[in-house]
Design a protein around this ligand. Sequence first.
Ligand code: TA6
Length: 314
Amino acid sequence: MIYTITLNPAIDNIIKIKDKLVSGRNNRIAKKYSDVGGKGTHVSIALSLLNEPNICTGITGKTNYSQLSLLLEKYGIKGHFQVVVNQSVRQNFVITNTEGNSSYLITEYGFSLTKKVIDNLFDNELLEMGKDDYAVISGNPSLNTNMTTFKYFLKKLQDSQAKIIADVSGKFLAEILKTKVFLIKPNEFEFSEIVSKKVHTSDECLKAYQENKKLLENVTNLAITLGNRGSILIADGRAYYLNPAQITTVNDTGSGDAYLSGLIYGFVRKMSLHRTGVLATALGAAKAEKNSSSGFDVNRVKELVNEIKYKRIG
Ligand code: TA6
């Protein structure tokens, strides 16, 4: 079973304005609506659209939890969250425009985790999770969470023996690299931070990977996203470069989560490495073609998988 674990879910308030956002001017709202926010929740939505069974879990506040639940239910997802009283689901804001050529993500910190709440999560929602399962830690905990508490969470995750898939950044990613991890998906900036060197092209990333095998020895599968310049996927001693899809971007919020969902689906279903990369790229592109911050058109994905180019680079 795949468990998504969102340590800091959100409600995304999406505001589409008529033109580009201009400071000092009255920017008129063309459309405004709410969607599910928080990365792991998006992975659950994507996997469910692909008919891949999964359990959507995490830790959230009680205030506004009913609104988050209703938003999840729109995608057929039942949330299994450890709900913390006296805390709220954080509110994020996504500002896009009618041209779809820019999106601003403005996020609240959310509340910091405690060992007690983490214990409650493992003793309830994650009680059945074990060595044959996947734990998808997607999205950082609140940046107010101290590292002692995050290390405590990681230790309980290791004790569960579930295969860890992580889409986290900064100090949290650095900590995850100290433990066996099945899959990580840093972007070029996060990967540059890992290898302490600015890398931006697929060749630079591959070279940096080969020069840092010791540092990355705990990582079984690695994808590095290069924004609108595609991505590279490294696994089993092989490396592929995936070209970006040729699409018109409407809202790229959540594209990284959709891309990760494609990787998870491919690895869990033991698809070939290049087909896994093509599917991930197609999902990310199909999401970017939609206004929302989660979900995509499955039929559009089927079209895109036949268009995306790839090449073996290692
Ligand atoms: O990846 C997209 C997204 O999940 C948005 O929906 C927004 O909620 C944001 O990322 C949350 O990111 P964070 O790193 O703050 O959890």
